[in-house]
Design a protein around this ligand. Structure first.
Ligand SMILES: NC(=O)c1ccc[n+]([C@@H]2O[C@H](COP(=O)([O-])OP(=O)(O)OC[C@H]3O[C@@H](n4cnc5c(N)ncnc54)[C@H](OP(=O)(O)O)[C@@H]3O)[C@@H](O)[C@H]2O)c1
Length: 288
């Protein structure tokens, strides 16, 4: 068993997406270890020294990585040109001499089309002359609090085309914990699936949120069309809604079973957060 190593004060890490759902926790947890964090993006994150990095400005890539001992890469979802840019960003990190790269991937990457940016990035990393870890999480619990489904939580009705399917939802704090373990000296390499401790359906998730927030939250299974319409009413594109509906229905139809992974326990030395832990943490951090 390989446990996360203790704080290394001269360990420098570049964190992309440091304002996003996973990167913000990666930056915070890396700083807690005493590492020097470079929060690389279009705007500063809450933690770390700001370094400009823009997927649309290649001149910002290599400087953001130069001098770092490890990097966390997030490919912004649906970013124009991502299948071409992802390998180029990885090449910039390699050219800058970064010895370890942790890529945010996805648990179903093996089922993705060959030109999917995450799949392209995994292939590039596997062939790169640097150590790497592919962080492969399942559905984020945070989709309901800071992500695309936040509006549903606000209305108290989680309306998704997920039937009675069970998902081992993951807390983004656990994704970050695995990423940070991978970026530590001697950390794990290769594909690292990240899930919560057990698979639960959306009724269980809704109840956990209702109990923690002390208000009504229910899950209502709906058809894909209604779900896509709801997302479009909230400003998301048809294509994005269709992609999510398809991914949810694959699980609901039994075409894709998401196994529970022991990666958090194995590399972070603790059990992953449950839906109840997640909901309570969210409720505890609400402004009063
Ligand atoms: N949600 C899920 O359930 C789930 C499950 C498995 C895998 N994933 C994968 O997770 C990834 C998304 O990760 P996340 O949720 O941590 O990200 P996120 O919350 O969507 O945040 C995206 C980050 O990318 C930054 N960004 C956007 N455009 C940029 C640009 N042009 N240049 C530099 N930075 C830019 C954003 O910074 P700004 O502050 O500048 O906007 C933000 O920090 C996707 O690849 C998705 O496939 C998601």
């Amino acid at each position: 068993m390989l446990l996360a190593s203790p704080a290394v004060r001269d360990h420098v890490v570049t964190v992309l997406g440091a304002t996003g759902k996973t990167g913000r926790h990666v930056a915070a947890q890396a700083a807690e270890r005493g590492w020097r964090v470079r929060a690389a993006g279009r705007r500063p994150g809450a933690v770390g020294a700001y370094t400009r990095f823009d997927w649309d400005a290649p001149d910002t890539w290599e400087p953001a990585f130069a001098g770092s001992d490890a990097a966390y890469l997030v490919i912004p979802f649906n970013h124009a040109g991502a299948p071409e840019k992802a390998p180029a960003v990885i090449e910039a990190a390699v050219a800058a001499g970064v010895p370890k790269i942790a890529l945010l991937s996805t648990i179903d990457v093996d089922h993705a089309p060959d030109d999917d940016p995450t799949k392209v990035a995994e292939r590039t990393l596997a062939d790169a002359p640097t150590a790497s870890a592919m962080i492969r999480p399942t559905w984020f619990l945070d989709n309901f609090t800071v992500g695309s489904f936040r509006g549903m939580l606000e209305t108290g009705e989680l309306r998704l085309p997920a039937g009675e399917a069970k998902f081992p939802f993951v807390d983004t704090r656990d994704i970050a914990a695995v990423a940070v373990a991978a970026m530590a000296p001697g950390g794990p390499e290769g594909p690292l699936p990240v899930t919560g401790p057990e698979a639960v359906d959306h009724h269980v998730l809704a109840k956990a949120l209702a109990d923690a927030l002390h208000r009504r939250v229910t899950y209502v299974p709906v058809e894909a069309r209604e779900f896509i319409d709801l997302l479009m009413q909230r400003g998301f594109s048809y294509g994005y809604g269709d992609f999510l509906a398809d991914a949810l229905m694959k699980v609901a139809n039994g075409d894709f079973v998401i196994p529970v992974a022991d990666t958090v326990q194995r590399y972070c030395g603790r059990r992953p957060y449950s839906t109840t832990d997640f909901a309570q943490n969210y409720a505890d951090n609400q402004p009063v």
